[in-house]
Design a protein. Sequence first.
Length: 115
Amino acid sequence: MGKKKTVSIKKARAEVEAAEKQAKTATKKKAATKKKAATKKKVTRKKRAAKEPARFRLIWGVYSSSMKEESRFSYDQRKEAEKKTEQLKAKSKKLYWIQPIKEEISDEPDADDDA
């Protein structure tokens, strides 16, 4: 009888330990599934309205050697800009040149135009 009791006690302990392990793994699995569920939430982002690309116009600028802008001419008036540089060169010994300038075109009317 003594051996049966010790065997049954060992079996009982093994069963209790096995049950505890199963309980621990079950709680770990539940926690893992909760974490997965929490991380799987989809983030929705608002779509931004597409900006219209900025519009530019090209003008000719006449500059001196000190990088001072002497005058401006519209793109189709290149010959007039060249004449202006020749006049300025004849007037003084400074170096003058023509350089293209990009200006952004704004849709809003200028406040100076109204006055």
